[in-house]
Design a protein around this ligand. Structure first.
Ligand SMILES: Cc1cc2nc3c(=O)[nH]c(=O)nc-3n(C[C@H](O)[C@H](O)[C@H](O)COP(=O)(O)OP(=O)(O)OC[C@H]3O[C@@H](n4cnc5c(N)ncnc54)[C@H](O)[C@@H]3O)c2cc1C
Length: 309
């Protein structure tokens, strides 16, 4: 019986793991990989203590820090948690393939993943022109015409990433006009200063067109329902993220977007003994440093729970 099981491999899980080991809480950590979402980033400029670090370099540092504590924590890296079950006595089973691990508390740090458009052609052409990370894939579209779907900050940042490579960039945004766009003013300025960019306002992507590779994007005006087509060789999907909260099922309360609802003072969920931190929660701020701080709160709260129960 573990005292806590941490699920995840991003900054939140690593922070909880380091604190658990130092507190000598009997802990297991299950991560399918270490690093988290910003592992794909070229340059992170707000990881406190490092003026500039790449995503892969940060992942290496996180792994090194966790492994430095391996005498006091069972690390199961490369293992995927399938789901969590609640037992009648208030303990939990964590199911990993055929294996069952019992624990007094669980800290869910399973983060988030890209939201998909769920339109015809998206899955078929993933990796054949449909991409989810402009930072990673922009250089493959040198001299090509591309579309970015999503008018929020990540969409605008994708356009900025593509400016150095693409020939023409269409930004497909649901907002009706420039004034309604939500992205940072600084990013918007960069986008609108370029004559490579054409914004298709008030529209949703409805179909990815292609043969062996992407050849175009069909979109529909939300108000008029008028359908248009653009000829592009790349489509970057930047419409936000969804939490990896399926593993916890209905044991805890979630919001309308499936984020786990937490008490921000303790990171407790609606189920005693289950805590959550980072991008899987209803935090309004999805950032590495915030995930770390919240995960430390979660671990300290789990520690208190174990001592009291
Ligand atoms: C491209 C990009 C750039 C970013 N740049 C920055 C930046 O510059 N600065 C900043 O502060 N933030 C940045 N962010 C946001 C930041 O990455 C997130 O806020 C942060 O990673 C959240 O950490 P987390 O630990 O909660 O979750 P995640 O980073 O999502 O990590 C969760 C991890 O848990 C693992 N996992 C999930 N489910 C399971 C399971 N069932 N079993 C086992 N393991 C599982 C996965 O390996 C996953 O990677 C960026 C995000 C992206 C996508």
């Amino acid at each position: 019986m573990y005292e806590t099981i941490i699920i995840g491999g991003g900054p939140a899980a690593v922070a909880a793991g380091v604190y658990a080991a130092r507190k000598k809480v009997k802990t297991a950590l299950f991560a399918n990989q270490i690093g988290g979402q910003s592992v794909v980033s070229d340059g992170i400029e707000n990881w406190i203590g490092e003026p500039l670090i790449s995503g892969p370099a940060l992942a290496i540092k996180l792994k090194k820090h966790l492994e430095a504590q391996k005498e006091n924590i069972d690390l199961f890296i490369g293992k995927n948690v399938d789901h969590v079950e609640k037992n009648d006595d208030g303990t939990f089973n964590v199911i990993v393939g055929d294996e069952v691990y019992s624990t007094k508390t669980v800290i869910v740090c399973s983060g988030g993943r890209h939201r998909r458009m769920e339109v015809p052609g998206e899955a078929e052409f993933e990796g054949k022109g449909v991409a989810f990370c402009a930072t990673c894939d922009a250089p493959f579209f040198r001299g090509k015409d591309v579309a970015v779907v999503g008018g929020g900050n990540s969409g605008l940042e994708a356009v900025v990433d593509l400016l150095a490579y693409a020939n023409k960039i269409y930004l497909v945004a649901r907002k009706a006009n420039k004034e309604e766009l939500r992205g940072d003013p600084v990013t918007q300025e960069k986008v609108f200063a370029s004559d490579k960019v054409e914004v298709i306002f008030g529209s949703d992507a409805v179909e990815v067109l292609g043969d062996k590779m992407v050849t175009g994007l069909r979109y529909k005006n939300i108000l008029t329902e008028e359908v248009g087509e653009i000829s592009v060789q790349g489509i970057f999907v930047e419409i936000g993220s969804v939490p990896n909260s399926e593993i916890i099922g209905n044991i805890v309360q979630k919001d309308a977007w499936n984020n786990i609802i937490v008490d921000t003072r303790t990171q407790a969920t609606s189920c005693p003994g289950i805590f959550a931190a980072g991008d899987v929660t209803d935090t309004p701020y999805r950032q590495n440093n915030i995930a770390v701080g919240d995960a430390i709160k979660a671990l300290l709260s789990a520690y208190d729970h174990v001592k009291k129960n």
